[in-house]
Design a protein around this ligand. Structure first.
Ligand code: ZN
Length: 142
């Protein structure tokens, strides 16, 4: 399974790159919880219903990243329950976590680096698109 193809299929089907809108259209419930700060969110599959919990205490930019990651689990790993921790490094060796990060990177970044930004570093691009630098590296780093 190719993660990038899955993301493109989804964007085409739902006509948006916004993870909030995709969840709504896919009937994935988004639940805002008052969680400890080190739990940023988690995905839950319970009684045949997909739910994504987001920590209400983190920034909207971070909620978008976590949601895109958890949406990746909902699409690719339906039965896998993931807890997204802040100590969760993006350099994980776990294949499911890696695929979910790749999914989020594909969804949140444009297909190619815009020409005007060619001379920017990964860190600068990451700040521009409000994603972790490792997402930029995953998608455009070859
Ligand atoms: Zn995860």
């Amino acid at each position: 399974m190719y993660v990038a193809e899955q993301v493109q299929k989804l964007i085409k089907q739902y006509k948006t790159k916004d993870p909030f809108s995709i969840c709504e259209q896919k009937n994935i419930a988004i639940i805002y919880d008052d969680l400890e700060l080190d739990v940023r969110g988690f995905y839950q599959y319970y009684k045949r219903k997909s739910m994504i919990h987001l920590n209400q205490n983190i920034s909207p930019e971070e909620q978008r990243i976590v949601l895109a990651h958890e949406l990746g689990h909902a699409v690719m790993h339906k039965d896998y329950n993931c807890i997204f921790l802040s100590r969760h490094t993006y350099m994980t060796k776990n294949i499911y976590e890696h695929q979910a990060n790749l999914f989020a990177a594909e969804l949140l970044l444009p297909d190619a680096v815009p020409v005007d930004f060619y001379n920017m570093s990964y860190q600068q691009l990451a700040a521009l698109y409000h994603v972790p630098a490792v997402f930029v590296e995953m998608k455009w780093g070859k």
